[in-house]
Design a protein around this ligand. Structure first.
Ligand SMILES: [Zn+2]
Length: 515
């Protein structure tokens, strides 16, 4: 294998004080960084390819520490319902899709948010029946924790007025009649029914999207049997280019352990609550805009502790989805009685007492900065006072809590620069109220990039996320220096090329990197 010399500004890592450590070049031999400094080409022990990076910089590959890989691929084929601002528009999109597909085929969509609808209500099955009476339709809310289906989809899956709520889920009924709205585990009644053939194709599609965004490692959440099968097949055929660290859905009864450089089973995943958007995140105090509910708590601390014990026995981590403060409290109390191996997914609302506890237990947190922009209604959900502790990234860092950033794709786009932008600006440029209420929680660009590169691998004890000598050469070349651009430009940073173990796995069209 030829060596690879990269001439240009290379970010090796961040020092103890969080300052970037730069070099003038890097040599890669056998997929590993072997030298950092000027004239790397002269240090090569064999034939060497040379890349000159003139305008941009070289950064360690990003780790997206919480994404849904197969769903990301699937979502790229779905109706994109983000920013749809009325039920009428939703119906138009569904009806156009029905014409395109012909009768009988499933219409899947994702991303709607009733808060944006000018009708001021949730969509129901009758709306969808009008738009597509002869196609089964399932449209998942932006958060993934609620959905609306039409009558045909409901009857194909055997859901009617007499169907009881599944454990951890809600089939909405009005005067005894199903409305078509499904929440939490009830969404799975239909989505698992929808045939997901060719899942490998979706994984490959997701992989392309990740690599073109500069993500070289992804912590894949809630992997089920079919996704695991697809991932294993691709791994055994040598088709994985992005590193995948899998957290298997807790409901999967049995699976084979896999450990390669590209696919590795590292944990189990459980849900303790839902989302703010669907008012199913579990809160200590009722929702400010609906005092009749505190959300849904799906697991008590005892049940979490039991899951944790099982994960420990298998030598795996337990990734625990907890968005509301009540859910987080349950996780913390379960973690106290264990020897570790817990990581918190989201931790979206973390008041000071829980930040202290997370810090004492050094529980790692995987959180999604882009939620700050998407949850633009958060102040009305939580009220001003509680919003102060929504997405408290800086407080996490000052309390030495390991914070790794992620997208939760397809909930948010998998492009990490969207996350970096959100962490650094917190909705200031969008005029969001949370920007004022939580202005002390903004991160520097250094901190945000560090959370997106270093911490994810650290949680798993992996030698990734930096480009020190001896580390695998997973790196990205971006078109500008993110430490020098105005903050509004952070979301415009473009990836020119991505390398994993020194091998080019993505290159943007028209980029001219070679000598
Ligand atoms: Zn998720």
């Amino acid at each position: 294998m030829r060596s690879l010399a990269v001439i240009g500004r290379v970010l090796e890592k961040f020092d103890e004080r969080g300052r970037p450590v730069w070099h003038e070049g890097m040599l890669v031999e056998d997929g590993v960084v072997s030298y950092l400094g000027p004239e790397p080409e002269s240090r090569a022990s064999r034939g060497v390819d040379v890349i000159r990076v003139e305008t941009g910089v070289v950064l360690p590959g990003f780790t997206d520490s919480h994404a849904h890989v197969a769903h990301l691929g699937l979502s790229l084929d779905m109706l994109d319902l983000r920013n749809v601002n009325s039920i009428e528009e939703l119906k138009r999109l569904v009806s156009a899709k029905a014409k395109e597909l012909g009768p009988g085929r499933w219409i899947l969509g994702r991303g709607w948010d009733q808060e944006l609808f000018k009708e001021g209500r949730w969509p129901n099955r009758h709306d969808l029946d009008e738009a597509a009476p002869r196609n089964p339709v399932l449209l998942v809310r932006v958060c993934g924790h609620a959905a609306v289906a039409n009558t045909l989809a409901l009857s194909l899956t055997g859901i009617d007025d007499s169907t009881p709520d599944p454990p951890g889920g809600l089939i909405e009924k009005r005067e005894g009649k199903i409305t078509g709205v499904l929440k939490e585990a009830a969404v799975g009644l239909i989505s698992s029914f929808v045939r997901r053939e060719g899942l490998e194709k979706h994984v490959v599609k997701a992989q392309e999207a990740l690599l073109s965004s500069g993500v070289t490692c992804v912590h894949a959440m809630s992997v089920d049997e079919r996704e695991l099968e697809a991932l294993s097949k691709l791994a055994s055929e040598g088709k994985l280019r992005v590193r995948i660290r899998s957290y298997i859905d807790f409901s999967v009864p049995q699976f084979d352990f896999i450990k390669t450089g590209f696919l590795n089973i590292v944990g189990l995943k459980v849900f303790v609550d839902g989302s703010f958007g669907a008012r199913t995140a579990s809160l200590r105090e009722p929702y400010a805009d609906d005092p009749s509910t505190n959300g849904i708590l799906l697991m008590s601390s005892n049940e979490i502790a039991k899951a944790l014990l099982l994960a420990e026995k298998l030598g795996l981590q337990l990734a625990v989805h907890a968005i509301g403060d009540k859910a987080l409290e349950e996780v913390v109390s379960a973690a106290k009685s264990s020897k570790g191996g817990v990581r918190v997914e989201h931790a979206s609302l973390a008041p000071p007492d829980l930040i202290e506890e997370l810090s004492e237990l050094s529980l790692p947190v995987s959180t999604q900065p882009r939620f700050v922009l998407s949850d633009w209604w958060i102040v009305s959900r939580l009220g001003r006072e509680r919003t102060r502790w929504a997405y408290p990234f800086k407080s996490f860092l000052t309390h030495a809590i390991p914070v790794s950033f992620s997208s939760d794709a397809p909930v948010e786009p998998c492009n990490p620069w969207e996350g970096v932008y959100a962490a650094v600006t917190r909705g200031r440029w969008e005029g969001l109220e949370i920007a004022r209420i939580t202005s002390s929680e903004v991160l520097s660009v250094e901190e945000a990039i560090r959370c997106y590169t270093e911490t994810g691998p650290k949680i798993l004890g992996e030698n990734l996320g930096k480009l020190s000598v001896g580390c695998p050469a997973d790196f990205v070349i971006v078109d500008r220096d993110p430490f020098k651009v105005p903050e509004r430009e952070l979301r415009n940073v473009r990836v020119l090329a991505t390398y994993v173990e020194g091998v080019e796995v993505y290159r943007t069209q028209g980029s001219h990197l070679h000598p």
